[in-house]
Design a protein around this ligand. Structure first.
Ligand code: AMP
Length: 365
Protein backbone atom coordinates (compact mmCIF):
# COMPACT_ATOMS: atom_id res chain seq x y z
CA UNK A 1 0.00 0.00 0.00
CA UNK A 2 1.20 3.47 -0.87
CA UNK A 3 0.80 5.43 2.33
CA UNK A 4 1.30 9.15 2.76
CA UNK A 5 3.69 10.10 5.54
CA UNK A 6 3.48 12.63 8.34
CA UNK A 7 3.04 16.36 7.61
CA UNK A 8 3.44 19.38 9.85
CA UNK A 9 0.25 21.41 9.98
CA UNK A 10 -0.01 25.20 10.13
CA UNK A 11 -2.85 27.13 11.80
CA UNK A 12 -5.78 27.19 9.37
CA UNK A 13 -5.12 23.63 8.15
CA UNK A 14 -7.84 20.99 8.39
CA UNK A 15 -7.88 17.71 10.31
CA UNK A 16 -10.25 14.99 9.15
CA UNK A 17 -11.84 13.02 11.98
CA UNK A 18 -13.41 9.62 11.36
CA UNK A 19 -16.27 9.13 13.78
CA UNK A 20 -18.74 11.68 15.08
CA UNK A 21 -19.22 10.82 18.75
CA UNK A 22 -18.29 12.81 21.83
CA UNK A 23 -14.60 12.03 21.40
CA UNK A 24 -14.63 13.55 17.90
CA UNK A 25 -16.56 16.52 19.25
CA UNK A 26 -14.02 17.20 22.00
CA UNK A 27 -11.11 16.71 19.56
CA UNK A 28 -12.64 19.29 17.22
CA UNK A 29 -13.13 21.77 20.07
CA UNK A 30 -9.49 21.36 21.11
CA UNK A 31 -8.32 21.79 17.52
CA UNK A 32 -10.34 25.00 17.16
CA UNK A 33 -8.54 26.50 20.16
CA UNK A 34 -5.26 25.92 18.34
CA UNK A 35 -6.52 27.60 15.16
CA UNK A 36 -7.02 24.31 13.31
CA UNK A 37 -10.21 23.32 11.51
CA UNK A 38 -11.80 19.88 11.56
CA UNK A 39 -13.99 18.01 9.12
CA UNK A 40 -15.93 15.14 10.66
CA UNK A 41 -16.86 11.96 8.75
CA UNK A 42 -19.68 9.87 10.16
CA UNK A 43 -22.59 7.86 8.75
CA UNK A 44 -24.90 9.04 11.55
CA UNK A 45 -26.73 12.31 10.80
CA UNK A 46 -27.19 12.87 14.56
CA UNK A 47 -23.44 12.82 15.27
CA UNK A 48 -22.56 15.02 18.28
CA UNK A 49 -19.34 16.13 16.55
CA UNK A 50 -21.24 17.60 13.58
CA UNK A 51 -22.54 20.36 15.90
CA UNK A 52 -19.10 21.89 16.43
CA UNK A 53 -17.58 21.86 12.94
CA UNK A 54 -18.45 23.78 9.81
CA UNK A 55 -17.74 20.93 7.42
CA UNK A 56 -19.05 17.42 7.83
CA UNK A 57 -19.33 14.37 5.63
CA UNK A 58 -22.34 12.20 6.38
CA UNK A 59 -21.66 8.98 4.48
CA UNK A 60 -21.05 5.28 5.02
CA UNK A 61 -17.49 4.16 5.79
CA UNK A 62 -17.58 2.00 2.62
CA UNK A 63 -18.46 4.95 0.35
CA UNK A 64 -15.20 5.28 -1.61
CA UNK A 65 -16.27 8.42 -3.47
CA UNK A 66 -17.19 10.21 -0.23
CA UNK A 67 -13.90 9.09 1.33
CA UNK A 68 -11.94 10.46 -1.65
CA UNK A 69 -13.70 13.83 -1.45
CA UNK A 70 -13.14 13.91 2.31
CA UNK A 71 -9.43 13.15 1.86
CA UNK A 72 -9.16 15.95 -0.69
CA UNK A 73 -10.58 18.43 1.86
CA UNK A 74 -8.21 17.64 4.75
CA UNK A 75 -4.47 17.72 5.49
CA UNK A 76 -4.34 14.76 7.86
CA UNK A 77 -6.82 12.12 9.02
CA UNK A 78 -7.34 10.75 12.51
CA UNK A 79 -10.06 8.65 14.16
CA UNK A 80 -12.03 8.65 17.38
CA UNK A 81 -12.94 4.94 17.44
CA UNK A 82 -10.89 1.81 16.88
CA UNK A 83 -13.29 -0.10 14.67
CA UNK A 84 -12.50 1.88 11.53
CA UNK A 85 -12.90 -0.68 8.71
CA UNK A 86 -9.54 -1.68 7.18
CA UNK A 87 -10.75 -0.81 3.66
CA UNK A 88 -11.76 2.71 4.79
CA UNK A 89 -8.36 3.29 6.34
CA UNK A 90 -6.64 2.01 3.18
CA UNK A 91 -8.53 4.36 0.85
CA UNK A 92 -7.65 7.33 3.04
CA UNK A 93 -4.04 6.32 3.76
CA UNK A 94 -3.32 6.24 0.02
CA UNK A 95 -4.20 9.95 -0.13
CA UNK A 96 -3.41 11.55 3.19
CA UNK A 97 -1.41 10.73 6.31
CA UNK A 98 -3.63 8.70 8.68
CA UNK A 99 -2.50 9.01 12.28
CA UNK A 100 -2.14 6.91 14.32
CA UNK A 101 -0.90 4.62 11.53
CA UNK A 102 -3.55 2.20 10.24
CA UNK A 103 -1.37 -0.82 11.21
CA UNK A 104 -2.23 0.06 14.82
CA UNK A 105 -5.87 -0.81 14.03
CA UNK A 106 -5.00 -4.37 13.00
CA UNK A 107 -3.50 -5.01 16.44
CA UNK A 108 -6.08 -3.24 18.55
CA UNK A 109 -9.27 -4.34 16.72
CA UNK A 110 -8.68 -7.96 17.69
CA UNK A 111 -8.41 -8.90 21.37
CA UNK A 112 -6.30 -11.96 20.54
CA UNK A 113 -3.83 -10.05 18.33
CA UNK A 114 -3.66 -7.34 21.01
CA UNK A 115 -2.95 -9.77 23.86
CA UNK A 116 -0.33 -11.60 21.73
CA UNK A 117 1.28 -8.23 20.96
CA UNK A 118 1.35 -7.18 24.62
CA UNK A 119 2.77 -10.48 25.87
CA UNK A 120 5.28 -10.39 22.98
CA UNK A 121 6.61 -7.15 24.51
CA UNK A 122 7.23 -9.02 27.78
CA UNK A 123 4.31 -7.26 29.49
CA UNK A 124 1.92 -9.15 31.76
CA UNK A 125 -1.74 -9.81 30.94
CA UNK A 126 -4.20 -12.19 32.50
CA UNK A 127 -3.94 -15.76 31.15
CA UNK A 128 -5.96 -16.18 27.95
CA UNK A 129 -6.78 -18.70 25.26
CA UNK A 130 -8.30 -18.53 21.78
CA UNK A 131 -11.80 -20.00 21.47
CA UNK A 132 -13.60 -20.72 18.20
CA UNK A 133 -16.18 -23.40 19.11
CA UNK A 134 -18.11 -24.84 22.04
CA UNK A 135 -15.58 -27.70 22.20
CA UNK A 136 -12.79 -25.12 22.14
CA UNK A 137 -14.43 -23.35 25.06
CA UNK A 138 -14.41 -26.55 27.12
CA UNK A 139 -10.69 -27.01 26.35
CA UNK A 140 -9.95 -23.37 27.21
CA UNK A 141 -11.83 -23.66 30.52
CA UNK A 142 -9.80 -26.77 31.34
CA UNK A 143 -6.59 -24.83 30.64
CA UNK A 144 -7.49 -21.44 32.20
CA UNK A 145 -9.86 -22.47 35.01
CA UNK A 146 -12.92 -20.63 36.36
CA UNK A 147 -14.12 -17.99 36.92
CA UNK A 148 -13.23 -16.62 33.52
CA UNK A 149 -14.47 -14.03 31.05
CA UNK A 150 -15.38 -15.04 27.51
CA UNK A 151 -15.04 -12.11 25.08
CA UNK A 152 -15.64 -11.64 21.37
CA UNK A 153 -12.33 -10.93 19.62
CA UNK A 154 -13.77 -7.97 17.72
CA UNK A 155 -16.27 -5.13 18.25
CA UNK A 156 -16.64 -5.44 22.03
CA UNK A 157 -16.90 -2.33 24.19
CA UNK A 158 -18.39 -1.24 27.52
CA UNK A 159 -18.91 -4.89 28.52
CA UNK A 160 -20.75 -5.70 25.28
CA UNK A 161 -19.64 -8.98 23.75
CA UNK A 162 -18.53 -10.58 27.00
CA UNK A 163 -19.85 -13.22 29.35
CA UNK A 164 -18.49 -14.09 32.79
CA UNK A 165 -18.40 -17.84 33.35
CA UNK A 166 -18.42 -19.27 36.88
CA UNK A 167 -18.01 -22.82 38.16
CA UNK A 168 -21.14 -24.84 37.38
CA UNK A 169 -22.28 -22.60 34.49
CA UNK A 170 -23.45 -24.24 31.27
CA UNK A 171 -20.57 -23.73 28.80
CA UNK A 172 -22.64 -24.48 25.70
CA UNK A 173 -25.18 -21.85 26.77
CA UNK A 174 -22.37 -19.30 27.41
CA UNK A 175 -20.94 -20.00 23.95
CA UNK A 176 -24.38 -19.65 22.33
CA UNK A 177 -24.99 -16.38 24.19
CA UNK A 178 -21.87 -14.76 22.78
CA UNK A 179 -23.04 -15.62 19.23
CA UNK A 180 -19.59 -15.49 17.65
CA UNK A 181 -17.02 -17.85 16.20
CA UNK A 182 -14.00 -15.83 17.25
CA UNK A 183 -13.49 -15.29 20.96
CA UNK A 184 -10.94 -15.41 23.74
CA UNK A 185 -11.27 -16.74 27.25
CA UNK A 186 -9.53 -14.72 29.93
CA UNK A 187 -8.87 -15.79 33.51
CA UNK A 188 -11.03 -13.61 35.78
CA UNK A 189 -8.79 -11.05 37.49
CA UNK A 190 -9.54 -10.46 41.20
CA UNK A 191 -8.24 -6.92 40.89
CA UNK A 192 -7.66 -4.45 43.72
CA UNK A 193 -8.37 -1.58 41.39
CA UNK A 194 -8.49 -0.64 37.73
CA UNK A 195 -6.20 2.06 36.41
CA UNK A 196 -5.35 3.56 33.05
CA UNK A 197 -2.59 5.58 31.51
CA UNK A 198 -3.40 8.10 28.81
CA UNK A 199 -0.19 8.80 26.93
CA UNK A 200 0.77 10.80 23.86
CA UNK A 201 3.61 10.04 21.45
CA UNK A 202 4.71 12.86 19.21
CA UNK A 203 6.02 12.72 15.66
CA UNK A 204 9.53 13.07 17.13
CA UNK A 205 9.04 9.88 19.17
CA UNK A 206 8.77 11.64 22.53
CA UNK A 207 6.22 10.09 24.89
CA UNK A 208 4.39 12.20 27.48
CA UNK A 209 1.83 10.61 29.76
CA UNK A 210 -0.80 12.07 32.05
CA UNK A 211 -0.98 11.09 35.71
CA UNK A 212 -2.23 7.55 36.23
CA UNK A 213 -6.00 7.47 36.61
CA UNK A 214 -8.08 5.16 38.78
CA UNK A 215 -11.32 3.93 37.25
CA UNK A 216 -14.57 2.66 38.72
CA UNK A 217 -16.95 0.79 36.42
CA UNK A 218 -20.66 0.20 36.98
CA UNK A 219 -22.21 -2.55 34.83
CA UNK A 220 -18.93 -2.69 32.82
CA UNK A 221 -19.24 1.01 31.91
CA UNK A 222 -16.81 3.61 33.24
CA UNK A 223 -18.58 5.63 35.92
CA UNK A 224 -15.90 7.55 37.84
CA UNK A 225 -12.23 8.35 37.12
CA UNK A 226 -9.93 9.83 39.76
CA UNK A 227 -6.50 11.34 39.17
CA UNK A 228 -4.04 10.62 40.57
CA UNK A 229 -4.67 6.93 41.22
CA UNK A 230 -4.13 5.88 44.84
CA UNK A 231 -1.15 3.66 44.09
CA UNK A 232 2.52 3.71 45.11
CA UNK A 233 4.69 6.07 43.04
CA UNK A 234 6.85 3.13 41.86
CA UNK A 235 3.75 1.33 40.55
CA UNK A 236 2.57 4.53 38.84
CA UNK A 237 5.99 4.83 37.15
CA UNK A 238 5.72 1.22 36.06
CA UNK A 239 2.27 1.86 34.57
CA UNK A 240 3.59 4.85 32.61
CA UNK A 241 6.55 2.83 31.38
CA UNK A 242 4.17 0.10 30.15
CA UNK A 243 2.15 2.67 28.18
CA UNK A 244 5.35 4.17 26.70
CA UNK A 245 6.64 0.70 25.74
CA UNK A 246 3.37 -0.02 23.90
CA UNK A 247 3.33 3.38 22.16
CA UNK A 248 6.93 2.95 21.01
CA UNK A 249 6.43 -0.63 19.80
CA UNK A 250 3.41 0.50 17.74
CA UNK A 251 5.34 3.46 16.27
CA UNK A 252 2.33 5.37 17.55
CA UNK A 253 1.61 9.04 16.83
CA UNK A 254 -1.24 10.52 18.89
CA UNK A 255 -2.92 9.75 22.20
CA UNK A 256 -3.65 6.24 23.39
CA UNK A 257 -5.22 4.79 26.52
CA UNK A 258 -3.92 1.66 28.22
CA UNK A 259 -6.23 0.01 30.75
CA UNK A 260 -4.61 -2.09 33.46
CA UNK A 261 -5.62 -4.14 36.49
CA UNK A 262 -3.76 -3.79 39.80
CA UNK A 263 -3.61 -7.15 41.57
CA UNK A 264 -2.25 -7.82 45.05
CA UNK A 265 1.03 -9.70 45.02
CA UNK A 266 2.80 -10.31 48.36
CA UNK A 267 1.65 -6.99 49.77
CA UNK A 268 2.70 -5.15 46.62
CA UNK A 269 0.69 -4.25 43.54
CA UNK A 270 1.30 -5.98 40.22
CA UNK A 271 0.04 -4.70 36.86
CA UNK A 272 -1.75 -6.66 34.16
CA UNK A 273 -2.56 -4.95 30.85
CA UNK A 274 -6.26 -5.32 30.03
CA UNK A 275 -6.82 -3.29 26.86
CA UNK A 276 -5.26 -0.72 24.52
CA UNK A 277 -7.47 2.03 23.10
CA UNK A 278 -5.83 3.63 20.03
CA UNK A 279 -7.55 6.96 20.62
CA UNK A 280 -8.40 9.50 23.27
CA UNK A 281 -9.99 7.69 26.19
CA UNK A 282 -12.92 8.30 28.53
CA UNK A 283 -10.61 7.98 31.55
CA UNK A 284 -8.69 11.00 30.23
CA UNK A 285 -11.67 13.39 30.20
CA UNK A 286 -10.55 14.84 33.56
CA UNK A 287 -7.66 16.51 31.73
CA UNK A 288 -10.07 19.00 30.09
CA UNK A 289 -10.61 20.87 33.35
CA UNK A 290 -8.06 19.30 35.70
CA UNK A 291 -4.84 19.84 33.78
CA UNK A 292 -2.87 22.49 31.92
CA UNK A 293 -3.39 20.56 28.67
CA UNK A 294 -6.15 18.12 27.76
CA UNK A 295 -5.75 14.71 26.15
CA UNK A 296 -7.65 16.13 23.16
CA UNK A 297 -5.19 18.97 22.63
CA UNK A 298 -2.29 16.60 23.15
CA UNK A 299 -3.65 14.33 20.39
CA UNK A 300 -4.13 17.28 18.05
CA UNK A 301 -0.58 18.49 18.75
CA UNK A 302 0.83 15.01 18.04
CA UNK A 303 -0.94 14.48 14.72
CA UNK A 304 -0.21 18.09 13.67
CA UNK A 305 3.51 17.40 14.13
CA UNK A 306 3.61 20.03 16.88
CA UNK A 307 5.48 19.76 20.21
CA UNK A 308 3.64 17.92 22.96
CA UNK A 309 2.80 19.87 26.10
CA UNK A 310 4.15 18.95 29.52
CA UNK A 311 0.94 18.38 31.51
CA UNK A 312 0.56 19.96 34.95
CA UNK A 313 -2.41 18.69 36.99
CA UNK A 314 -4.41 21.35 38.84
CA UNK A 315 -5.27 19.25 41.91
CA UNK A 316 -7.08 16.05 42.79
CA UNK A 317 -9.55 15.49 39.99
CA UNK A 318 -12.74 13.44 39.80
CA UNK A 319 -14.61 12.83 36.55
CA UNK A 320 -18.13 11.42 36.74
CA UNK A 321 -19.83 10.10 33.62
CA UNK A 322 -23.50 10.96 33.08
CA UNK A 323 -24.87 7.70 31.72
CA UNK A 324 -28.34 7.22 30.26
CA UNK A 325 -31.02 9.15 32.15
CA UNK A 326 -28.48 10.44 34.70
CA UNK A 327 -28.08 13.31 32.24
CA UNK A 328 -31.53 14.54 33.30
CA UNK A 329 -29.79 15.66 36.50
CA UNK A 330 -27.70 18.21 34.58
CA UNK A 331 -29.52 21.22 36.09
CA UNK A 332 -28.51 20.12 39.61
CA UNK A 333 -24.90 19.58 38.49
CA UNK A 334 -24.88 23.11 37.08
CA UNK A 335 -25.40 24.42 40.62
CA UNK A 336 -22.68 22.33 42.32
CA UNK A 337 -19.80 24.66 43.32
CA UNK A 338 -16.62 23.82 41.44
CA UNK A 339 -18.26 21.34 39.09
CA UNK A 340 -17.68 21.68 35.33
CA UNK A 341 -20.46 20.17 33.24
CA UNK A 342 -19.99 18.72 29.75
CA UNK A 343 -23.05 17.63 27.75
CA UNK A 344 -22.48 15.85 24.45
CA UNK A 345 -25.65 17.03 22.70
CA UNK A 346 -26.97 13.53 22.00
CA UNK A 347 -30.62 13.63 21.05
CA UNK A 348 -31.70 10.19 22.27
CA UNK A 349 -31.19 9.04 25.85
CA UNK A 350 -30.59 5.28 26.01
CA UNK A 351 -29.62 3.07 28.96
CA UNK A 352 -25.83 2.77 29.11
CA UNK A 353 -25.27 5.63 26.64
CA UNK A 354 -22.62 8.18 27.62
CA UNK A 355 -24.49 11.52 27.58
CA UNK A 356 -22.02 13.83 29.31
CA UNK A 357 -19.60 14.11 32.20
CA UNK A 358 -18.78 16.34 35.17
CA UNK A 359 -15.31 17.27 36.41
CA UNK A 360 -14.49 18.39 39.95
CA UNK A 361 -11.05 19.59 41.00
CA UNK A 362 -9.94 19.99 44.61
CA UNK A 363 -6.63 21.01 46.13
CA UNK A 364 -4.92 18.23 48.06
CA UNK A 365 -5.27 18.77 51.83
P1 AMP B 1 -13.03 -4.58 28.61
O1 AMP B 1 -14.08 -4.41 27.56
O2 AMP B 1 -12.10 -5.72 28.34
O3 AMP B 1 -12.31 -3.31 28.94
O4 AMP B 1 -13.84 -4.96 29.94
C1 AMP B 1 -14.71 -4.05 30.58
C2 AMP B 1 -14.64 -4.23 32.09
O5 AMP B 1 -14.99 -5.59 32.46
C3 AMP B 1 -13.25 -4.03 32.67
O6 AMP B 1 -12.96 -2.67 32.86
C4 AMP B 1 -13.36 -4.82 33.97
O7 AMP B 1 -14.07 -4.10 34.95
C5 AMP B 1 -14.19 -6.02 33.55
N1 AMP B 1 -13.29 -7.11 33.09
C6 AMP B 1 -12.87 -7.31 31.83
N2 AMP B 1 -12.04 -8.37 31.75
C7 AMP B 1 -11.92 -8.87 33.00
C8 AMP B 1 -11.19 -9.95 33.57
N3 AMP B 1 -10.44 -10.77 32.83
N4 AMP B 1 -11.30 -10.13 34.92
C9 AMP B 1 -12.07 -9.32 35.69
N5 AMP B 1 -12.79 -8.30 35.21
C10 AMP B 1 -12.73 -8.05 33.88
Amino acid sequence: MNTVKQVTLAPGDTIGILGGGQLGRMLALAAARLGLKCQVYSPDPDSPAFDVVQNATCAEYADVEALELFAADVNVVTYEFENVPAATAMVLAARRPVLPDTRVLETTQDRLAEKDFVTGLGLATTRYAEVSSAAGLRAAVAAIGLPAVLKTRRFGYDGKGQVTIRAGDDLDAAWARLATRAAILEAFVPFEREISVVAARGADGRVVSFDVTENEHHNHILKVSRAPARIAPTLADEARTIAATIAEALGYIGVLGVEMFVVADNGKGRLLVNEIAPRVHNSGHWTLDGCSVSQFEQHIRAIAGWPLAEPVRHGEVTMTNLIGDEVEDYARWLTVPGATVHLYGKAAVRPGRKMGHVTQVSQPR
